[in-house]
Write a protein that binds this ligand. Structure first.
Ligand code: TNX
Length: 496
């Protein structure tokens, strides 16, 4: 059994000799596929210990796929908009095939994103036969189950530098996850410097929970991160959380407060005590500016407006303020994303409602979906990766229960909300909140191995825990090799 996670739709060992990576190996890719070619070349070269060049492919040969025989064994990337399999256009974007034999390796997809998913598979296929790095002879066809497969990272409670987020992006891409959602603002900090509102980051980014060091991303940091993600086929979805979780904004902008007096910075971990006010003249310009800047700085389709846990916002006021935030996002032309509470407000069709709290009444989410919303599944008891693995774990919280590896794996997105049309489910997103997490290693040790389980739930159409346990076991060696901290869950016999 090949140790592929998430498991592909179809894997067929074809027999014969493996492909051997040699100093003559090169990666060839057509225009548009440069970033995937760079990832593939880096993976091959990194494993083999020599440089594997990536170069532009010449015109296709008669067969259209395999290039004319070149100097050495080739890994060929093909962009083929007619690639068959499955009918759903969203899923077709990332569909790919991978064929390897002694003579070469061919990765084909309809889009550059599809080639990135193929590249992730190729990386997991690399093994050593004792002397050389090899790829077993195999034919793979693969289609994602869901088009949105993400991780939400809270950089507000504790700040993470761009380099740490880049490491997280690499991990996401390696498991075919395609969205990095960043929770950029909360009571404790404002982490993105916005050109129209420089006071937000300037005044409200110095610290974090418990007075730990803070930070904020400059426009240059942000561009670098977005480019790093794009070069791995990962979209960045930024979140500005309103109308609650806004103490950092209220601290930086006195005019957002009814008495004009800014509250102190907040270093605790309580939620639900701060709110915007719809009756203040500053509120709508603030929303317009921040979402306008966010859209201008971030490519992609979605902006997240938060909307969670606004316990200090009366219900009618909540609807007004979410309405104002929705209008500000729509004015940018982007699609709104919000935590499940936003289902209480009128939402434009196509809005993505992110479910997290299965203890709450989910009837409004079902109703929103009937009215045209899509639902993103982040049930806390399965995919909140800040939950402790088990009682007594040194890091994390336990309000949603303990989340061992099997809990992150064995759940069904289409059955999470009773009465919800399964076709309304747009995907699956894990989340990691950082009240208790300070460093890259602490975050990674909560992500791994559970993120691999969530990735399989999001990508694969079949689930088999016993088989997953075996497939994921050798991934520990790759995490060690890459210097990633991980938790040795007792549910797997890890192979290092
Ligand atoms: C709930 S989930 C929150 C966050 C906390 C998290 C801790 C959600 C939308 N809000 O504010 O950080 O629990 O697990």
């Amino acid at each position: 059994m090949l140790p592929l996670v998430p498991v592909p739709s179809s894997v067929r060992p074809t027999g014969g000799a493996p492909f051997v990576v040699t100093p003559g190996t090169a990666v060839e890719a057509p225009p548009g596929a440069e970033s995937a070619a760079a990832v593939v070349a880096a993976a091959l070269g990194g494993a083999a210990g020599f440089v594997v060049p990536a170069r532009r492919a010449g015109p296709p040969d008669e067969a259209g796929r395999r290039p004319a025989r070149g100097v050495g064994p080739l890994v060929v990337l093909v962009l083929d908009p007619t690639l068959p399999v499955d009918g759903d256009p969203g899923r077709l974007r990332e569909t790919y095939t991978l064929a390897a034999d002694e003579a070469g390796v061919c990765l084909a997809a309809r889009t550059p994103e599809g080639l990135h998913r193929a590249a992730a598979t190729l990386s997991q296929l690399l093994t050593t036969d004792g002397t050389s790095v090899v790829i077993p002879p195999v034919q793979i066809e693969d289609v994602p189950r869901y088009t949105w497969r993400g991780l939400s990272v809270d950089v507000a409670r504790h700040f993470l530098p761009v380099a740490d987020l880049e490491a997280i992006v690499d991990l996401l891409a390696g498991y075919k996850l395609n969205v990095l959602h960043l929770h950029l603002t909360d009571d404790q900090g404002w982490r993105l410097d916005l050109p129209s509102r420089p006071e937000l980051a300037a005044r409200s980014s110095a610290g974090g929970v418990d007075g730990d060091p803070g930070g904020a991303y400059s426009a240059a940091d942000w561009s670098r991160l977005v480019a790093h993600a794009a070069a791995r086929g990962v979209a960045v979805v930024p979140e500005i959380d309103v109308p609650g979780h806004v103490n950092a904004a209220l601290h930086a902008v006195p005019a957002l407060n009814p008495d004009g007096v800014a509250p102190d910075v907040y270093e605790g971990v309580a939620v639900g005590f701060s709110s915007l006010r719809s009756d203040l003249p500053e509120t709508v310009p603030f929303l317009t500016d921040v979402f306008g800047d966010l859209a201008a700085m971030t490519p992609g389709e979605h902006l997240h407006l938060g909307g969670d846990e606004a316990h200090h916002t009366p219900p009618d006021e909540y609807v007004r303020l979410v309405g104002a935030a929705v209008a500000a996002v729509r004015a940018t032309g982007r699609t709104v994303v919000g935590w499940q509470e936003v289902a209480a407000a009128p939402l434009p069709p196509g809005t993505v409602v992110q479910l997290w709290d299965t203890r709450a009444d989910t009837a409004p989410v079902v109703a929103a979906a009937r009215a045209g919303a899509r639902v993103l599944m982040s049930p806390a008891d399965h995919v909140y990766l800040d939950m402790q693995y088990a009682a007594g774990h040194a890091l994390g919280q336990d309000w949603a229960g303990y989340v061992e590896l099997r809990d992150a794996y064995a759940w069904e997105p289409a059955a999470t909300v009773p009465g919800l049309d399964p076709a309304a489910v747009v995907g699956v997103e894990a989340a990691i909140w950082t009240e208790t997490l300070r460093t890259r290693d602490e975050v990674m040790s909560m992500l791994l191995p559970r993120l691999a389980a969530v990735a399989e739930v999001a990508w694969s159409s079949s689930a088999d825990w016993e088989q997953f346990r075996e497939r994921v076991a050798p991934h520990a060696a790759a995490w060690d090799r890459d210097g990633l901290a991980w938790h040795a869950s007792p549910q797997v016999d890890w192979r290092r």
